[in-house]
Design a protein around this ligand. Sequence first.
Ligand code: 5GP
Ligand code: ZN
Length: 119
Amino acid sequence: MSHDPNCLFCKIVQGAIPARKVYEDDDILAFHDIHPWAPVHFLMIPKQHLPSLAQVTEQHAPMLGRMLALAPKLALQEGCRPYPDGGHRVIINTGAEGGQEVHHLHIHVIGGPRPWLKG
Ligand code: 5GP
Ligand code: ZN
């Protein structure tokens, strides 16, 4: 499993920086965002270092598929109400103009009673 020693989220994977974990398995880690935008806001990351969605290839598809399938389940576990009246938002910021600040691929899962985000 490849890690970047300078990467913040790799440090979280390795336990060098603490995080409030939501879920963990061999390949995926989910943890609460340190600056939540909404009542529910956690991040899902591959444990392997991957800078962004722009580097994703076919080989990553099963892992990304698992992350997406897991997102609604973890959202419910963290307090989002079920689809369709509840639900949540899934965001992957990619690159500077995509609003990405941490360059380790991550999925924001955001929800809870609105209003909390425009658009
Ligand atoms: P981006 O803008 O790259 O899509 O989002 C990065 C997210 O990581 C931000 O929402 C930010 O609050 C979160 N974040 C930055 N540093 C830390 C940290 O040390 N711990 C946790 N749990 N979240 C962080
Ligand atoms: Zn990393």
